[in-house]
Structures are given as structure tokens and as C-alpha cells.
Design a binder for this molecule. Structure first.
Ligand code: NG6
Ligand code: CA
Length: 515
């Protein structure tokens, strides 16, 4: 009897222990930070996806994220081109504050100092596994550039990423190889890689000398150096034949790497920065997307990019982590149609308007340069809807630092604001002001936008984009004139002066923070 009693008591203890244990694990689960997947598209315009109003193309996977998330109508990247936008997003510092942060050559040294505290460092400090897969374009290696045949560092692993699988620069720049962590993937040491952006290296044909060998597409401007996979590139490359990518497979290759990263890290909180190559040039989608739209390669690349995005979402679902994953979908700059190749994008554009209601495009100081699709979804926490708050990618840093309880130092992320409440849809508060960066700088405050005077072509003769340059100040009322048609600077000289003064102040202060 007594024995039995003791036994019952023990069972009782065990049951209690079990309950306490389960309660604790439950507790742990619910306080575990959400995963963050940043799907970063290249050159995708505000009007390029159906949830933002495109009618000539349907992007079901992106639309689904928008349906289940918060769609920002006034969300910005930091600059109207790739390298500076990425620089700003990862450092929390506007790129125009730093020399050498313009569009990077394929052999540029890493342009973020490895001592710098980055977005990835911050996530890592908060206990995240961190990975970057896809387009990098922030330079690699020490001063003088990387030795592609040796250890390639510093790179993302020195900036807080635990894993990296990279397109080093862009699809249209050499070297046309993938870099995984510190190494070129599949490199044969007997066929070393040589790269130059100053003069020809090796004896391979170039687009300029042998246009008859351009079997996939012919350049329209630039892009007439080494021919790789039937396409002329920017820069010269020799060697590394076994390691060279096949453009048609690129989306599959990087998507698979991103999926692997998620599968490997599903148990812990992870931060994945997945930067697609689409829809940048050269647009060479896989055969299964060719002809999926009436718009030629640009439209087909959009469909491929939508598919990649869908694959990421499906992977989250399969792993049962959809509910606790924040997905951010956005783009590094606005749209461009002819960005250097005759790929039928211009001829087949039809009625499609990649900039939507906005003026300009990639490279432009007008809003289409930096106002981009911007969706944040977190099924268990964010109420689906639309937000017209002014938000910026430069704020991911401070916002997630605040969310995960990380302190930022004086010098860290000087242009990044904590707008986490707005990202999570708990507030509709806008960023106090925002500087947009093309050739000219612009300042947005409330519904006013000021563009500083800048010499330079009004329309790019290459891309046919309105660049927003003017020798006189420009002032637009974005609430009444989203398309920036009427320059009000003469009509409202005081407003113009106020914004010009604020721009000057933020520029000179070295930080966007209040004094
Ligand atoms: C430009 C290229 C363009 C594209 C861009 C970078 C020429 C004539 N044009 O210099 O094709 O590569 O750089 O695009 O070479 S970005 O999205 O990576 O910023
Ligand atoms: Ca880009």
C-alpha cells in the first residue's frame, strides 16, 4: 500500500514536472524572436506587380504576401541604384555620406568596412542565424579587390553573416561565378580566374570585337566586353570556365540555396537576406518561364522572380514556421526597361507601366527611383492591410534592434529610425523625413518633396528615363501631385527654403538623428 502510495506520489511529481516543463517550453516558443526573411528584388518598379496595380501581368505569389500582410504605398529604398541602397540598408547609414559607395565594379574591394556594425551583426547578437543568398554588389576582398583564386575575404562573413552564397556583383558584370562563403564554387585550380575592368585580360572574344558570337542578346549600351554564355558583360574575364554560371539556371540555383538555409535553420530564429538577380539585366529566365507573359524577357523575369518568392513562402509553410516568420518583400531601386541590352523589353512593353503612377525610374530623383513595392507580413502578428506611412529600408536596422532589445552605439546606423510600430501595423506614423538619393538628393517631409538643383541630363539618352535633374530647385506636393508634374518652388519659396535648409542640416550633421 505504502509502496503504491509512494509510486502514486512519484507519478504525481512526474506529471507536475511534465506540466511545468511543457509550460516552460511553450513559454520559450512564444518568446522566441520571429524569423526574418528579407526578399530583395533587383530593379522592380512600383507598378511591376499586380498587388500594386499592374494589370498586364499577374504576380500571384507576391499578391498572396500582400493579402496576408501590410502593403506600404510610400515605402522607399535609400537610393535609385543598387550598391548604395544595399549599403544603406545593411549599415543604417545613407550611402551618399561615404565616398566609393556608387555602383560597384565587379572587382571592387568590399565597401563596408569589416569593423562596421551591420544589420547582420545586430541580428547575430540577438541570437539569430544569419545568411545572405543572391546578389551582393557591395564589393569583396581587401583594398585592390579579391583574389578570386584564393580565400575571398573580407566579405559577408566578416560583416555578421554566418553563411553566404553570392553573385559577387551583378549578372552583367564579371566575374560570372558564384562565391560560397570564402570560395568560388566549382573552381578548377588549373584554370585560374583573371578579372579586369580597365583592360582586356585573356584572349576570349568580346562583344565589341565579335558581335557575331552574341548568341543570346546584343548590347544596346556598354556590356560589350567578355562574352560569357553568349552574352557580352561589363568587364573582362579569363579562366574559371568550370565555375561559370549559366544565367538560365541562376534563379533555380540561388532559390535552392535559400531553401537549404531555411531548412537548416528552422529550429532557431534566423535572418535570411535573399537577394534575387531578377529582374536585372541580362534578363535570361529559365526556359519554363520564357513566353509566360506577352512582355518578353522583362515580363518573364518578373514571373520567375514571383516563382522564387513563392518557393520561399512554400518552404516556410512546409517547415511549419509561416506564423512566426516576418517576410519583407521589396526592391533595391526603381524600374528600367533598356538597361544595356536589346532584349525586347522596350518593344514588348505594351500597356504595362513599371513605374505605376510615379514619375521617373531607376537612376531618377523622381519618386519612381526609390518608391518601390514594400510589403511586410507576419501572419501571427500583423493585421493585413495597406499603410500609407512613409517608411524606408534604412530603418530595418534600428527597428529590429529595438524589437530584439539591442542597443545601438552613438555611431551605429546614424540614419536609421526605429519605426517598428509602423512596420508591424500598430501605428501609422511616418518617418519624420527621408532623403532620397539619385544624382541629386531629395528630401521628403510630410507630403512635400524637395529636389536640390543639379546639373545633368534631364532624360538619360541610354535608358530614356527622366532623371529629375534641374538647375533650379524643385518642390512637389505628393498628396495632390503624386506624378511630380508641377514644380511649386516659386509658388512656395518659404517651404522650398525650409526643406533645402533641413537637407543641408542633415547632410552636414552626419546623422539623421535629432541633435
Ligand atoms: C550601369 C549599367 C547597367 C546596370 C547598372 C547597375 C551600363 C551602360 N549600364 O552602369 O546595365 O548594370 O550599372 O545596376 O554599363 S544596379 O541595379 O546594380 O545598380
Ligand atoms: Ca538594382
Amino acid at each position: 500500500m505504502r509502496k503504491n502510495f509512494t509510486f502514486m506520489k512519484q507519478v504525481g511529481y512526474l506529471v507536475m514536472l511534465f506540466i511545468v516543463f511543457t509550460a516552460c517550453t511553450k513559454q520559450k516558443e512564444s518568446t522566441q524572436f520571429p524569423n526574418v526573411v528579407l526578399v530583395y528584388i533587383d530593379d522592380l518598379g512600383y507598378g511591376d506587380v499586380s498587388c500594386y496595380g499592374a494589370t498586364e501581368i499577374t504576380t500571384p505569389n507576391i499578391d498572396k504576401i500582400a493579402e496576408n500582410g501590410l502593403m506600404f504605398t510610400n515605402g522607399h529604398c535609400a537610393s535609385a541604384t543598387c550598391t548604395p541602397s544595399r549599403y544603406a540598408m545593411l549599415t543604417g547609414e545613407y550611402a551618399w555620406r561615404r565616398k566609393g559607395t556608387g555602383i560597384a565594379r565587379g572587382n571592387a574591394a568590399m565597401i563596408i568596412g569589416h569593423e562596421r556594425y551591420t544589420l547582420a551583426d545586430m541580428f547575430k547578437n540577438a541570437g539569430y542565424q544569419t545568411g545572405v543568398v543572391g546578389k551582393w554588389h557591395l564589393g569583396l576582398g581587401p583594398e585592390g579587390g579579391a583574389d578570386w583564386n584564393a580565400e575571398i575575404k573580407p566579405g559577408p562573413l566578416e560583416l555578421g553573416f554566418d553563411y553566404s552564397f553570392l553573385i559577387p556583383a551583378t549578372g552583367d558584370r564579371v566575374p560570372c561565378v558564384y562565391v560560397e562563403n570564402h570560395k568560388v564554387v566549382g573552381l578548377d585550380p588549373n584554370d585560374p580566374i583573371g578579372v579586369s575592368f580597365d583592360k582586356k585580360v585573356g584572349d576570349e572574344p568580346t562583344g565589341k570585337e565579335n558581335p557575331e558570337l552574341l548568341t543570346k542578346m546584343v548590347h544596346s549600351h556598354g556590356h560589350n566586353n567578355t562574352i560569357i554564355n553568349g552574352i557580352g558583360r561589363i568587364g573582362w574575364m579569363t579562366g574559371g570556365n568550370a565555375a561559370r554560371w549559366v544565367d538560365e539556371d541562376m534563379a533555380d540555383v540561388i532559390t535552392e540555396k535559400a531553401i537549404d538555409f531555411i531548412n537548416r535553420n528552422k529550429e532557431k530564429p534566423f535572418f535570411l537576406y535573399f537577394a534575387t538577380h531578377d529582374i536585372h539585366v541580362p534578363r535570361v529566365p529559365h526556359q519554363r518561364f520564357v513566353g509566360s507573359t506577352t512582355m518578353g524577357s522583362r515580363g518573364d523575369a518578373i514571373m520567375q522572380m514571383d516563382w522564387c518568392t513563392g518557393q520561399i513562402m512554400e518552404t516556410l509553410e512546409k517547415n511549419g514556421i509561416t506564423e512566426n516568420t516576418i517576410v519583407i518583400f521589396t526592391s533595391d531601386n526603381g524600374p528600367v526597361i533598356d538597361d544595356g541590352y536589346h532584349d525586347q523589353a522596350v518593344e514588348k512593353l505594351g500597356e504595362h507601366n513599371p513605374s505605376g503612377p510615379l514619375r521617373g525610374g531607376k537612376y531618377s530623383a523622381f519618386d519612381a527611383g526609390t518608391r518601390v513595392p514594400f510589403i511586410v507580413s507576419w501572419p501571427s502578428k500583423i493585421k493585413p492591410g495597406v499603410s500609407d506611412a512613409l517608411v524606408s529600408q534604412v530603418d530595418f536596422f534600428h527597428s529590429f534592434a529595438a524589437y530584439t532589445g539591442q542597443q545601438l552605439g552613438e555611431e551605429d546606423a546614424p540614419d536609421s529610425f526605429n519605426t517598428i510600430e509602423t512596420f508591424l501595423g500598430k501605428s501609422n506614423e511616418s518617418r519624420e523625413h527621408l532623403i532620397e538619393h539619385a544624382r541629386a538628393l531629395s528630401l521628403i517631409k510630410g507630403y512635400w518633396k524637395y529636389i536640390e538643383p543639379k546639373k545633368g541630363a534631364k532624360i538619360s539618352r541610354y535608358t530614356n528615363i527622366e532623371l529629375g535633374n534641374d538647375t533650379v530647385p524643385q518642390l512637389y506636393n505628393l498628396k495632390e501631385d503624386l506624378g511630380e508634374q508641377e514644380n511649386l518652388s516659386q509658388k512656395y519659396p518659404e517651404k522650398t527654403k525650409e526643406l533645402a535648409g533641413l537637407l543641408k542640416e542633415i547632410r552636414e550633421k552626419g546623422s539623421s538623428r535629432p541633435k
